[in-house]
Ligand binder design. Sequence first.
Ligand SMILES: [Zn+2]
Ligand SMILES: [Zn+2]
Length: 416
Amino acid sequence: MSLHSLRGFRDLLPPDSALFTSIEAAAREVFALYGYQELRVPTIELKELFVKATGDTTDIVEKEMYAFTDGGGREVAVRPEGTPGVVRAYIENNLGQTGRNGKYFYIGNMFRAERPQAGRYREFEQIGAEQIGNASPYADAETITMLVRLLEKAGVSGCSVVLNSLGCGECRKAYRETLLNYLRLNTATLCEPCKGRIERNPMRALDCKIDGPVLAEKAPRLSLCPACAGHFSRTQELLNISGVEYQVNTSLVRGLDYYTSTVFEVRSSALGSQDAVCGGGRYDDLVKSMGGPAAAAIGWAVGVDRMAMLLKDKPAAENAPKTFIVAAAKEAGTKAFALLTAMRAAGISSDFSNFELSLKSQMRSADKSGAAFALIIGEDELKAGTVAVKLLKEKGEQLSVAIADAPSEISKRLSA
Ligand SMILES: [Zn+2]
Ligand SMILES: [Zn+2]
């Protein structure tokens, strides 16, 4: 039997891995600009955390969660999304009292046992942000603006936001009944899972991929209470100030049980369809319902694969070495290795293949490496205490420098 990766899992190879790294770097830069700090939470948690937080009527929990019983008989799950762990950590570590500003980001792998399909994996990376403890529309406008800037910084072009408000518990109470009555009258047309869950969560039907589009036109609309309406219009005013392009769409419902008030999705002209790149929303009741203090919150998550797909045609970050060291004679190995060490100590990325191989083979590797210079030490150079510097990418004369001067000489040429 040959060993292979599991179905739905993949290896992330160079240069795709470099693309992922550059997306993460862009995200970290933007998070720093907005005062967000990194929160790293465990990959495995009690299964109950996700059932309670993500919601037992969501597809994620109903069908896609990697859950199992561990050696100690505990029901655990590898995280399908980031928010529940962050909320648990917030409560468990009393971050409402001890934290700086309630703004956290995470970059990590998530797991969902989806049926494998093109471009979707069972282990995937998400970048997410959560702001806990700020109920004002300023938080909404800030976090949405940050998401758009982050996508732009990473290179995703033509971003615009689709916005809606799902209201608070108060506005939802009346709406729940109206919607439920409407759905009960139309049960015959609903898909099987929705038939089974409308009593528990009627709004899920609006978000259902099968029923949502059918219901979108005729389903009764939520009317916001004065507080929610004020919050929503202020959020829009603030987005105008931050210069984010947006559109209100009252049929936007996000597929998680915990969303309240503002919900949003970002679309990119690069996708050329109505598909969202990512999204998020407020979850003002979640922290309290998980046993924490009353703390309004808002967050979003973006799949790094999805971003990478949009950036695929752009050149990956250049991570070729600056110099490639070659030993053109067997006895030159020691000096070549010392030079390699000195170049790296001087902060100049350098590589080599194998100083015991032929000159021809080492030069082939040098060309393949993408380095700007080959530094060659042969018999003549050994005698003279020099190194031959050869331009790899363009034709030019080979020059000779004293071996001790090589790091500073190359530095000078690289910055020129
Ligand atoms: Zn309300
Ligand atoms: Zn359905």
